[in-house]
Design a protein around this ligand. Structure first.
Ligand code: FMN
Length: 377
């Protein structure tokens, strides 16, 4: 019997060949929003490695919302053909192409993580930090955003909708909204970063309004057959799983298909009770799935094939997303298929690769894959 990790999943009209997802990973290599050869290599090798779905990195909906100078963007129609090229690369690798849309909010305008990851002085007048309230990320005052006007909010909701329309035109089939990790949408959800007194702040319904409006406007342009994911920080400082469940129940009414279950990021402090260990965020995916019935994706230190298989087999999540493990080994899905005893593990890769891998096995029946130790010569 096929291990559950390698069973297909249908979401609306989108069919994933297996439950393995490439988690969105910023590559800091865009030029004025455009992908470069780096992205072609990065997404090509990840798609060919056998994952069912590749969710492309956080792609900014407006120039002002950029996290770093190298962000990819979808703030202009001229960017669509560049993204269509990435869609082609991912599809030719055999995976479904997905994209994450983001506005970095008060976590914007930073240097890359390996270069201190600090706020840079404004490179241009159109790149200021924005937030629901003028509250810094940390107590020491890092990243004070300008409080958004109602006009700013409306423009940003429109920017998400326009970027979603462009993502559809480029050919992406899965769209994920980044509403976690302290970026703009997340700062509206939490009362720690949102002290507004208008209809976007105060009560729970008011703090959720920005995200719900984005979802509605995105769903209106994102085809009914395509899938909509939302990434949430399910627990964070002064934010509990119960609050997330309440939010998810609301999102369920607005056409969201999958919750990508992450945690933390609003302040510099880890979410209470967080102990970074294998699959440490899986319990959030499980609780949301159980309490709301919505499809969930687990992420965070999922490393071993047997563990990934157990997560989906036991009904803790419907999908598993891997980030760093796939950077380490883009062929992790093929390795996992071998380890879990799939009859034809190479079927996860496109024919131009799988054909030769099968022949390689036929030529050397006792061949031991490089990741599983070596045989005596
Ligand atoms: C290089 C890198 C870039 C990342 N960029 C993003 C991003 O663009 N959007 C996002 O939501 N998360 C981003 N993340 C977080 C990952 O999607 C993932 O949630 C996290 O790495 C935990 O999964 P892992 O333990 O399998 O790496 C990034 C992580 C890495 C390592």
């Amino acid at each position: 019997m096929t291990p559950h990790l390698f069973s297909p999943l249908q979401i609306r009209e989108v069919r994933l060949k297996n439950r393995i997802v490439v988690s969105p990973m910023w590559q800091y290599s865009g030029v004025d929003g455009r992908p470069t050869s780096t992205h072609v290599v990065h997404y090509g090798r990840l798609a060919e490695g056998g994952a069912g779905l590749v969710i492309q990195e956080g792609t900014t909906v407006s120039r002002v919302g950029r996290g770093t100078v190298g962000d990819l963007g979808l703030w202009d129609d001229s960017l669509v053909p560049h993204h269509a090229r990435l869609v082609e690369v991912v599809e030719s690798g055999g995976a479904v192409p997905g994209i994450q849309l983001i506005h970095a909010g008060r976590k914007g305008r930073r240097t890359p993580p390996w270069a201190a990851h600090e706020h840079e002085p404004p490179a241009s007048a159109d790149w200021q930090l924005l937030g629901p309230s003028a509250l810094p990320i940390t107590a020491n005052g890092s990243g004070v955003p300008a409080e958004m006007s109602i006009r700013d909010i409306e423009d940003t909701v429109t920017a998400f909708a326009n970027a979603a329309r462009r993502a559809d035109e480029a050919g992406y089939e899965v769209l994920e909204l980044q509403a976690a990790h302290g970026y703009l949408i997340h700062t509206f959800l939490s009362p720690l970063s949102n002290r507004r007194t208008d209809r976007y702040g105060g009560s729970t319904a008011n703090r959720l309004r920005f995200l719900v409006e984005i979802v509605d406007r995105v769903r209106a342009v994102w085809p009914a057959g395509k899938a909509l994911f939302v990434r949430l920080s399910c627990v964070d400082v002064e934010w509990t799983i119960d609050q997330t469940v309440e939010l998810v129940r609301e999102l369920q009414q607005h056409g969201v298909d999958v919750i990508d279950c992450s945690s933390g990021g609003l302040t510099g402090v880890p979410a209470p009770g967080t102990k970074t260990d294998y699959g440490y965020q899986v319990p959030h995916a499980e609780e949301i799935r159980t309490r709301t019935g919505l499809t969930t994706m687990a992420v965070g230190y999922i490393v071993h094939a047997a563990h990934a298989q157990a997560i989906v087999e036991n009904g803790q999540a419907d999908l598993v997303a891997l980030g760093r493990e796939l950077l380490h080994n883009p062929h992790w899905p093929i390795d996992a298929a071998r380890k879990l005893g799939l009859t034809d593990p190479y079927a996860q890769a496109p024919g131009r690769i799988s054909h030769w891998l099968r022949k390689r096995d036929e030529s050397f029946p006792d061949l031991v894959p490089s990741t599983e130790g070596s045989r005596q010569l």
